[in-house]
Design a protein around this ligand. Structure first.
Ligand SMILES: [Zn+2]
Length: 407
């Protein structure tokens, strides 16, 4: 077979592979000139979901609110058959508690806080001491439970959770501690729990020196999974983690540049070291995860190249981010939409807000596109709870915050 022919076949199969993973984006892109106004401004694809001033249109806001109610009902029904022993933030009860905390933050409704308490208590009954991270281990339920009790003014209960959270340190920094450094199963995931309670309860909830001790152990090393790796680098910069500037320049920055160097021409990133195919555009694998690291690098080092590459990542996410895997935040459309929200925070460009809202609009038709059903269809990271969480951000985009990841 001639070389040209095989090249062409490779391109065709790459195209069909992309189509297999994402829907073609049906929306017109942001039009610089007129707030997304196109000649058919009154059609569905007109200036919606932004109004003439570039704010969320009342009609869209109403649609989102009614969808949140509808999905919440479906989720509650579906959770009746969920795994009773999954306490995790990622796919279990703590994730649902975190959703209700968010709904309470947005609406101030006391009933949401009560629900958060009910769900996190359910999680607390099945802790198993096997993992220590916020997403998959005991640190998630303990931290969220401390925060819920704090909001309910149950000081003693909150303190009790905090001290149990701190006791986990032995397995994180003890002399025999053997664990990876990353977010899902390792030290970065424990560090996130500490930073989370400090943000939600107050800077002294966990002693500063204690956080520093965790960071020393958190030396960044090259890992196989880039996005998990880039998330770990990202966690080192979160407010309150106070990593020394020398460490940032000497260790963290070269690691970031290494990840950047592996970028595909499309602007996407490989899912692992050995993987050369430009296929996945997920928060967990690809540009939608790495973009947060790039934005943080831009904030810290004030260099345009990081922002430029983040903006290029956003192009790939816009084109290939409406995923057939579903509407969740880990490997779904809502998680990809958070990339636009974060870029909007940094640039204040309405283009990114518009794109985030268009992805939200896609999520309003939940379940009608023929997407795959995730294993845990109602959970925070794989399923419906994550989509509801994202939709609840739409009203106040400036305060949006990827759960269990951003702060
Ligand atoms: Zn995922």
């Amino acid at each position: 077979m001639g070389e040209n022919m095989s090249k062409r076949l490779r391109l065709i199969s790459a195209d069909s592979d992309m189509e297999e993973r994402a829907f073609p984006n049906p929306y017109p892109d942001w039009d610089q000139g007129g707030l997304g106004l196109s000649p058919e401004a009154d059609s569905d694809y007109g200036k919606e979901p932004l109004d003439a001033e570039g704010k969320i249109s009342p009609r869209f806001q109403t649609k989102v609110q009614s969808k949140i109610k509808d999905l919440l009902q479906q989720m509650e029904e579906g959770l009746k058959t969920a795994d009773p022993h999954d306490f995790s933030t990622y796919t279990g009860w703590t994730g649902i508690a975190l959703l209700y905390l968010q709904l309470h933050r947005v609406s101030q409704e006391a009933a949401h806080l009560q629900r958060a308490l009910d769900y996190v208590k359910r999680a607390m009954r099945t802790l198993n001491g096997r993992k220590v991270t916020f997403l998959c281990g005991d640190a998630g339920p303990l931290a969220v439970c401390a925060v819920v009790h704090h909001k309910l003014n149950n000081t003693a209960d909150s303190q009790d959770c905090l001290s149990r959270l701190l006791q986990l340190q032995r397995s994180v920094v003890g002399p025999d501690a053997e664990m990876p450094d990353e977010l899902l199963y390792g030290r970065a995931g424990y560090l996130y729990a500490l930073l989370y309670v400090n943000k939600e309860i107050g800077a002294n909830a966990v002693d500063d020196n204690f956080v520093k001790k965790k960071k020393k152990k958190n030396s960044p090393k090259m890992r196989l999974i880039y996005v998990v790796f880039s998330s770990s680098l990202y966690i080192l910069w979160l407010p309150g983690s106070k990593v020394h500037p020398d460490l940032l320049s000497e260790l963290v920055r070269p690691s970031i540049d290494y990840v950047r160097h592996k970028r595909f021409r499309s602007g996407n990133f490989p899912s692992s070291l050995s993987n050369e195919s430009d296929r996945l555009v997920h928060w967990c694998h690809g540009a939608p995860g790495v973009i947060h690291m790039l934005l943080m690098a831009h904030k810290v080092f004030k260099e345009e190249k990081y922002l430029k590459e983040a903006a290029e990542s956003a192009e790939v996410i816009w084109q290939r981010g409406l995923l057939r895997k579903g509407y969740g935040i880990c490997h779904g459309t809502a998680g990809n939409a958070y990339s636009f929200m974060s870029l909007y925070h940094v640039t204040q460009e309405k283009k990114y807000l518009y794109r985030a809202y268009k992805f939200a609009e896609w999520c309003l038709d939940y379940g009608t596109h023929g997407c795959r059903i995730p294993d845990r269809p109602y959970s925070l990271f794989e399923g419906m709870a994550g989509t509801i969480y994202f939709l609840s951000e739409v009203e106040r985009p400036e305060a949006s915050c990827f759960p269990a990841f951003e702060l």
